[in-house]
Design a binder for this molecule. Sequence first.
Ligand code: HPA
Length: 267
Amino acid sequence: MKEAIDRLVERLEGLAPKTALVLGSGLGGLVDEVEGAERIPYSELPGFPLSGVTGHAGAVVAGRFAGAPILMLAGRAHYYEHGNAAAMRPALEVLAGIGIDKLILTNAAGSLEPEMPPGSIMLLTDHINFSGSNPLFDEPTDRRFVGLTEAYDLTMRAAFERAAEATGTELHKGVYMWFSGPSFETPAEIRMARLLGANAVGMSTVPEVILARFLGLRVSACSVITNLAAGMTGAELSHQETKDMAPLGGARLATVLRKIFADGMLD
Ligand code: HPA
């Protein structure tokens, strides 16, 4: 881990971002808005994941976004790739090691609410871990008993809400339910998810939230809705649809993020 920290610090050349942004589907284009961008492929950072999912390149991009220092993670590892929920642990440890104290996670998700159609964005207020897995399974210390009562930071959530309001962007709020993937859910699973209190379903983010809280980072997360969940329309779901639809909500979320950073709402 020390090697990755040293390499990253060296490449940042004095830039000391406090906030990292994980770019999910639909947000990848944000790296092009980073001024003075320093791009470091994951392959140069020991421990960083080499993701094989189409639409998820792997690089750290650091610089200024809307005028503020930022570190973006373009590409993440998913539990469904190798069944390793802790795949992002080394990368997040490195971020904590260089002084990042706030993490913003973004993802693509299926909506359980007809009034939250594709193109919507949903700020996570809580999650349900339905995967049966946990990124802290192998952690031997008592630190593994991480409290998640307030996993999604209230101050960061308030910043999202203010930025959405200021930019006239509709921001839904709700509970994200983590399914392992990679197969999509069945209609019966979606009916169950609704009964259990979920508003959206997806295959990422929750392990990173758990790891980030374990590492003491403050966290917020926002979903880009790419589809109504299984069984809600007649249509079959596909990864192609996720990729095709993500830019719609991605543009909305980008508007909110620009405002948050331009106005220093997280400082
Ligand atoms: N289910 C799970 N993950 C997803 C979905 C979905 O419907 N849409 C985008 N990611």
